[in-house]
Design a protein around this ligand. Structure first.
Ligand code: ATP
Ligand code: MG
Length: 175
């Protein structure tokens, strides 16, 4: 495939923004959360402190999870469940040591449910475990800045990315 065709494909399936604060990153999570209808898998990739949990907090807000429920949730558990407008499963694979650990989590119950699964350290999931998902990559740019890249895998997620990208135009200077 030529470079041009490749980049054309990319603009349809992904886009990047630079977030200038934790609140800004939460805002992107919230915007995505509002677009979800149930059954989606959101994979988060990015080094320690890049803002994955910050983003998921916004996502939970967009899904109408109460702030209190979020604050009360333990940060050391691998899976936290919330009741929002849809069930929300916040899964953190950072402490996953082995395939056996992973099997014990019975992730499929969450991945193939009607709720929304948001998975930190998504790259630790065995390849092929989920075929369609929305990937959110976070990268440090500066102390308060992160590059957020949204990438779709599968037609449903392309639609979500397109809707999210359209909203980008309406954000303007408010944040
Ligand atoms: N633009 C930004 N977006 C997100 N977080 C930011 C930003 N600027 C600064 N921060 C800070 O970076 C930290 C991100 O922490 P967070 O727990 O969300 O990262 P994480 O990727 O989940 O880390 P871990 O891999 O340890 O789970 C927070 O302290 C947050 O306030
Ligand atoms: Mg985290």
């Amino acid at each position: 495939m030529s470079g041009e065709a490749n980049s054309k494909l990319k603009t349809q399936n992904s886009f990047s923004v630079v977030s200038r604060s934790a609140a800004h990153t939460r805002g992107w999570g919230k915007r995505l959360g509002r677009l979800l209808k149930g059954g989606e898998v959101i994979g988060l990739v990015g080094e320690l402190g890049s803002g994955k949990t910050t983003f998921v907090r916004g996502l939970a807000e967009g899904l109408e999870v109460s702030t209190q429920a979020w604050i009360r949730s333990p940060s050391f558990t691998l899976i936290n469940e919330y009741e929002g407008r849809l069930p929300v499963y916040h899964i953190d694979l950072y402490r996953i040591g082995s395939a056996a650990d992973l099997a014990e989590l019975s992730l499929r119950e969450y991945l193939f449910s009607d709720g929304v699964s948001a998975i930190e350290w998504f790259e630790r999931l065995p390849p092929g475990e989920v075929e369609a998902f929305l990937l959110v990559e976070l990268a440090h740019v500066a102390r308060q800045q992160r590059r957020l890249t949204f990438a779709a895998q599968g037609a449903l997620y392309e639609e979500i990315i397109t809707a999210l990208g359209h909203r980008q135009k309406g954000i303007g200077a408010r944040q």
